[in-house]
Design a protein around this ligand. Structure first.
Ligand code: NAD
Length: 252
């Protein structure tokens, strides 16, 4: 058990990497709360984990809407106590053209992939500062450092997540709060599977550049997140942990 007695709050926890994080934290002894816009998937995961004896609680919230997020966060804290760890996982892709993209599309996208990370910090930091202890893990992407064409403005948002991670790590260090990023490469979630299938030959091409010859599983990201949340990572802060099977080491 790496997280006994902790209360870990996860965004976008109903499916994909987020659901694997919820499961891994629960298996490692934490109370876990999570929010998602997908109420059906959220309630299903909550009921599965609760019936196997874990303390897990779900609330519906859109991370881009501060009032919704604040109200869900408050309700989950009332149920499970103060949050000691946060995982900012909710995110969507953005394939846009810099000329065609509208102001509103930009703002809506950044509200999810970028601004929500500050919003959860705003909600969780007061209780963490009070007890001089806490950990935040931001799910970034290989696109925080390297990217490819036609993925505007995803690379910009994920690079900003790395900047926010570093600044929060500097500012919160005096409160013994650690802030790190995890940057997955290709991980086989619904999001990735549908993207791989969207163009003929894309899956084969994407596999051919993987040093490990395969793509990752959500549980392989979750294990790194649990480590970074835990005391085992007590001197790790302001870092970006790649979980990409070596893809980021590759030069064109
Ligand atoms: N899968 C990959 O290969 C990969 C690679 C690099 C980074 N990432 C990052 O990992 C994170 C999770 O991705 P995934 O592949 O598991 O995606 P996914 O689509 O499988 O799951 C994302 C979850 O977030 C929820 N969500 C989306 N928008 C939300 C919002 N506004 N408010 C609350 N919940 C919301 C979705 O309902 C879903 O449950 C994202 O931040 C993504 O950018 C994924």
């Amino acid at each position: 058990m790496k997280l006994p007695g902790e209360h870990i709050f996860v965004t976008g926890g109903a499916k994909g990497i987020g659901a694997a994080i919820v499961l891994d934290c629960a298996v490692n002894g934490a109370k876990v709360s999570f929010v998602d816009i997908d109420e059906t998937a959220g309630k299903k995961l909550e009921s599965e984990l609760t019936s196997s004896g874990h303390k897990v609680s779900f609330a519906k919230a859109d991370v881009a809407n501060f009032e919704q997020l604040k109200s869900a966060f408050g309700a989950l804290v009332s149920k499970l106590g103060d949050v000691t760890g946060v995982v900012n996982n909710a995110g969507v892709n953005s394939h846009a053209d810099p000329v065609k993209m509208t102001d509103k599309e930009w703002d809506d996208f950044f509200a999810i992939d970028m601004k929500s990370i500050w919003l959860t910090a705003k909600l969780a930091l007061p209780a963490m500062r009070k007890v001089n202890k806490g950990a935040i893990v931001n799910i970034c992407s290989i696109h925080g450092r390297l990217t490819y064409p036609n993925f505007f403005p995803y690379g910009a948002a994920k690079s900003a997540v790395l900047g926010l991670t570093r600044n929060l790590a500097l500012d919160e260090g005096k409160f013994n709060i650690r802030v790190n990023a995890v940057s997955p490469g290709y991980i086989l979630t619904d999001l990735t599977k549908s993207w791989l299938k969207a163009e003929s030959g894309r899956e084969e091409r994407s596999l051919s550049i993987q040093p490990s010859g395969r793509m990752g599983e959500p549980s392989e990201v979750a294990k790194v997140v649990t480590f970074l949340l835990s005391e085992k990572a007590s001197f790790v802060s302001g870092a970006d942990w790649a979980v990409d099977g070596g893809l980021g080491a590759r030069s064109a």
